[in-house]
Write a protein that binds this ligand. Structure first.
Ligand SMILES: Cc1cc2nc3c(=O)[nH]c(=O)nc-3n(C[C@H](O)[C@H](O)[C@H](O)COP(=O)(O)OP(=O)(O)OC[C@H]3O[C@@H](n4cnc5c(N)ncnc54)[C@H](O)[C@@H]3O)c2cc1C
Length: 473
C-alpha cells in the first residue's frame, strides 16, 4: 500500500490518503483489540464483508457469539454489476452498501475497517494495519484478485476490474481516451485511441464488450460528434476455443453471435503476449494499436499471509467439506478464497457469488452446532445456474436441469435476478430506475472522468496501422 504524505491530522486520529488507494485510519493510542468492548462470549472474527462475509453475519444474528468483521473498505460491493459502473451505466453508490448499515441493531456485532495482513494461528491472532486481534473462531472470506499469470508488463499497463476503484479508473480511462482522440495528430494515433481490446471471453469480458458496444452505438457519437465511431474497434480476445467457456455450448454459441452482431471482433484460441501501453501483441504476432487493454482473463484467491504452500492452490486455501482449513480446528475459509473440492467439482467449486453465499449460510449453521458440541454437517452445493448479458435485449442463461435459453427473455431474467439480488430496497429501486431511464433514453448519466490516470499517454515507437472496421461487420 503506497501512502502519500503529508498526513492530515483529523481530531485524535491520523488519516493518510492516497488518490485511489484505500483510506487508512491509524489511531495513535488505542489498538484494534482495546477498541472492542469486553465480552464473555466466544469471538468469531470474519475477514471480508463480501458476499460470503455478509451472508455469514446474517446467519450468526442471535447466535451467542461476539462477531467482529474486518474489511479494508467500509462497504460491500455487488461485484457482478461493476462493469456497469466502468461503462457509465450505474454509479458506485448504486452497487455498494456501507457495511455498518447492513449490520445495525446487533449488540454483539462489531465492524472495524482494517486491512488484514497475516494470521498467527499459534497465538490465535489476526495481524492488521491497526494491530492484532484475538479470535476463538476465524473465518477468512477475503475473495479473489486479478490474475495476470505473471505478465508484469501487462499488469503495469492494463486496466482490471475487481473493485469499485478499478471500475472508476476504467471508466475514466475509457472516456478520457475519446478526449485525447480529439487531439490526435494523425490517423494512426486516432486509431490507437479508438481501439479497445478486452482479454478473456468469460462473463465479465462478454458483458464489458456488450456494454462498450452500446456506448459506441448510442452515446459516444452524441458526445463526440467530431469523431467517426465507425472506425472504433472492440476486440474480445480469448485463449480457449469458446466464448463463455464455463457455460453450455448453447450459451457460448449464442453469446458469440450476439457479440458479432454488435460488431465486436471475437478472436478465439488467441492469447495476449504483450502490452506496453499502446500496442497489444497477440500469440499469432498480430499487433493491435490500442490505448485501452482491459484484462478480464482470470482471478486467483486472495489469502492473507500465514499459510503453508501445502494448503494453498492458485491462491485459494484448501478446505474440507465443512469449510475448515485442512489441519486447523478453528479456522475456516468461505467464498472465492476457499478451494473446496466436492464430488462433481473435483477441481474446486467455481468462484461465484451463490457458492460464497451458500457456504456462508452453511458455515453459520455449523458454527452453532460447534458451540452446542454437535457434529458438523458436510456442505452440499446447489447449482442455481449462470448467465451473461450482451448489451440491451440480449442475454444467455444456463438454468438448472440443463435448460438454456437466451434472447430478450434471457435478458429479462438476467435483469430480474440482478435487481432482486442487490442489497437494500433503495438500491434495488435506484438500479431499476437507472436501467429504465438508460433503456428509454439511450443515455448513460455517469460519464465522468474523475480520477487522475495512472496510465500515462505514451508514444508508439513504431505506429501500427489497424484497418478501420465497418460498424456491424
Ligand atoms: C468483474 C466480476 C464480475 C463477476 N460477475 C459475477 C456474476 O455475474 N455472478 C456471480 O455469481 N459471480 C460473479 N463474480 C464472482 C463473484 O463476484 C465472487 O464469486 C464473489 O464476490 C465472492 O464473494 P466473496 O465474499 O468470497 O468475496 P468478495 O465479494 O470479493 O469479498 C471479499 C471482501 O474481502 C475484503 N478483503 C479482501 N482482502 C482483505 C484484507 N486483506 N483485509 C480485509 N478485508 C479484505 C474485500 O474488501 C471484500 O469486501 C464476478 C467477479 C468479478 C471480478
Amino acid at each position: 500500500m503506497k501512502i502519500v504524505e503529508p498526513a492530515i491530522p483529523l481530531g485524535s486520529c491520523i488519516v493518510k490518503q492516497n488518490t485511489l488507494e484505500d483510506t487508512i485510519i491509524e489511531p495513535p493510542s488505542r489498538t484494534l483489540e482495546s477498541s472492542l468492548p469486553a465480552s464473555d462470549l466466544p469471538r468469531v472474527v470474519i475477514i471480508g464483508g463480501g458476499f460470503a462475509g455478509i451472508a455469514l453475519i446474517q446467519k450468526l444474528r442471535k447466535c451467542p457469539v461476539e462477531t467482529v468483521m474486518l474489511d479494508k473498505n467500509n462497504y460491500h460491493t455487488f461485484i457482478p454489476l461493476l462493469y456497469q459502473v466502468a461503462t457509465a451505466g450505474l454509479s458506485p453508490g448504486d452497487i455498494s452498501s456501507p457495511l455498518r448499515e447492513l449490520l445495525q441493531d446487533d449488540d454483539h456485532f462489531h465492524f472495524r475497517m482494517a486491512a488484514v495482513e497475516s494470521i498467527d494461528r499459534g497465538q490465535q491472532e489476526v495481524q492488521t494495519n491497526l494491530g492484532s486481534l484475538h479470535y476463538d473462531y476465524l473465518v477468512i472470506a477475503t475473495g479473489s484478485k486479478t490474475n495476470f499469470f505473471g505478465n508484469e508488463k501487462i499488469e503495469d499497463h492494463a486496466q482490471k476490474l475487481r473493485e469499485i476503484k478499478d471500475a472508476l479508473e476504467l471508466r475514466s480511462h475509457l472516456i478520457n481516451n475519446f478526449e485525447r482522440a480529439l487531439l490526435a495528430r494523425d490517423k494512426e494515433e486516432l486509431q490507437r485511441f479508438m481501439n479497445i481490446v478486452i482479454v478473456g471471453a468469460g462473463p465479465t469480458g462478454v458483458e464489458l464488450a456488450g456494454a462498450v458496444g452500446e456506448l459506441r452505438d448510442h452515446i459516444l457519437p452524441k458526445d463526440y460528434p467530431e469523431l467517426d465511431f465507425t472506425i472504433m474497434n472492440i476486440y474480445l480476445v480469448e485463449g480457449s476455443g469458446k466464448v463463455l467457456n464455463a457455460m453450455s455450448d448453447f450459451a457460448g454459441r449464442n453469446a458469440k453471435q450476439y457479440l458479432e452482431d454488435f460488431g465486436v471482433q471475437v478472436k478465439l484460441d488467441t492469447l495476449v503476449k504483450g502490452y506496453e501501453g499502446s500496442v497489444v501483441t497477440l500469440s499469432d504476432d498480430t499487433k493491435i494499436a490500442s490505448e485501452c487493454l482491459i484484462w478480464a482473463a482470470g482471478v486467483e484467491g486472495n489469502h492473507p499471509d500465514g499459510f503453508e504452500q501445502e494448503v494453498l492452490l492458485r491462491g485459494r486455501i484448501k478446505v474440507d467439506d465443512h469449510n475448515r482449513i485442512e489441519g486447523f480446528e478453528k479456522v475456516f475459509a468461505i467464498g472465492d478464497v476457499a478451494h473446496q473440492a466436492l464430488a462433481g467439482h473435483e477441481s474446486g467449486l467455481p468462484m461465484l457469488a451463490p457458492v460464497a453465499i451458500q457456504q456462508a449460510e452453511h458455515l453459520g449453521g455449523n458454527l452453532r452446532r460447534l458451540l452446542q458440541g454437535k457434529a458438523l454437517k458436510p456442505f452440499k452445493y446447489t447449482d442455481k445456474g449462470t448467465m451473461a448479458t450482451i448489451g440491451r435485449n440480449r442475454a444467455v442463461v444456463d438454468a438448472p436441469f440443463n435448460i438454456s435459453f437466451g434472447g430478450f427473455f434471457g435478458w429479462f431474467v438476467w435483469m430480474f435476478i440482478h435487481v432482486i439480488s442487490i442489497v437494500g430496497f433503495r438500491r434495488k429501486l435506484m438500479v431499476f430506475t437507472s436501467w429504465v431511464w438508460n433503456y428509454l433514453t439511450y443515455n448513460r448519466g455517469n460519464r465522468l472522468i474523475i480520477h487522475p490516470h495512472k496510465k500515462a499517454a505514451k508514444e508508439t515507437p513504431n505506429p501500427v496501422v489497424v484497418e478501420p472496421m465497418a460498424k456491424g461487420a
